[in-house]
Design a protein around this ligand. Structure first.
Ligand SMILES: [Zn+2]
Ligand SMILES: [Zn+2]
Length: 279
């Protein structure tokens, strides 16, 4: 039976969802491939440009790690596209909000902040739940096979975890009429922060924890610690609020961050001697 005839049997909203597959493939696979590759390139350049001391772990990810993370992330993107068909269909049917255009910059920015805070809470609590001994194996063990994560681990989830992750979007759109531009900006920032969290090399400025605003924003070290032994600590994603509030942050986090960004002494001395000589 030709594909067109099969499609003709499907309800109209599902057909509209299917028609969106090419744009969803471009967006979901595209943003993963771009974010993970750009962050990996930045790490590669930083290591060769004198930033190798910022590598968080002594262990280096193996090529098997890269492969596993990459292919699992592609599978997650495929799940996002598949679920996306039903999200589009549900918005066609008026079950989910589908807002084009803008409410004006101020409201759009406020919505953007609100969706970040909501997703941060969603991530913290679902992540913490998936660490429950009864759920861990089915949902989250796969992600933790990356002990030394790379940017390609951003979507390295088993199928059940990918479904938990994708569920945030329809939940949000069920309650909040959000312009498509805000959703696009949110999904773009999410994958960038995700790839940065798994970079393996501390990408944040040395003063990050000294500034009263940035100190609440998570760092690469924060999530790296979660992968490398502190499995029951540092569940958060964008921010540290929940970990601090729920007392799940690794007590040695700030010291570990300081160690990640501390220049090795020999180098500092050399630089200082160089400076003195230049004077
Ligand atoms: Zn975890
Ligand atoms: Zn992770």
């Amino acid at each position: 039976m030709p594909i067109n005839e099969i499609l003709a049997f499907l309800p109209e909203p599902i057909r509209v969802g299917i028609a969106h597959i090419p744009s969803m493939i471009t967006f979901d696979f595209g943003r993963y491939l771009i974010a993970a590759s750009v962050i990996a390139a930045i790490v590669w350049i930083a290591k060769r440009g004198g930033g190798a001391y910022r590598q968080i772990q002594k262990r280096v990810a193996s090529s098997a790690d890269y492969r596993r993370e990459f292919f699992a992330s592609l599978r997650t993107c495929a799940i996002f596209v598949f679920v996306g068909i039903f999200i589009v269909a549900a918005s066609q049917m008026g079950i989910l909000y589908d807002i084009q255009g803008s409410y004006g910059l101020a409201i759009d920015l406020a919505l953007f902040a609100a969706i970040l805070l909501a997703h941060d809470a969603y991530f913290y609590w679902t992540h913490r739940m998936m660490h429950h001994p009864k759920l861990f194996k089915t949902f989250h063990r796969f992600h933790h096979r990356s002990v030394t994560p790379t940017p390609f681990a951003a979507y390295a989830f088993d199928i059940p975890e990918a479904l938990v992750m994708v569920a945030f979007m329809p939940l949000w759109l069920f309650f909040v009429p959000t312009p498509a531009t805000v959703i696009t900006a949110f999904l773009a920032l999410m994958i960038i922060r995700n790839a940065m969290g798994h970079a393996g090399l501390e990408l944040h400025a040395r003063w990050w924890l000294k500034n009263p605003l940035t100190r609440w924003i998570s760092t690469t070290t924060h999530h790296d610690m979660h992968h490398s032994g502190n499995f029951n600590r540092n569940y958060g994603f964008y921010f540290r609020f929940w970990d601090v509030l729920m007392k799940t942050e690794a007590p040695e986090y700030e010291a570990a961050f300081a160690a990640s960004v501390a220049k090795p002494e020999a180098e500092t001395e050399q630089a200082e001697t160089g400076l003195a000589a230049a004077r």
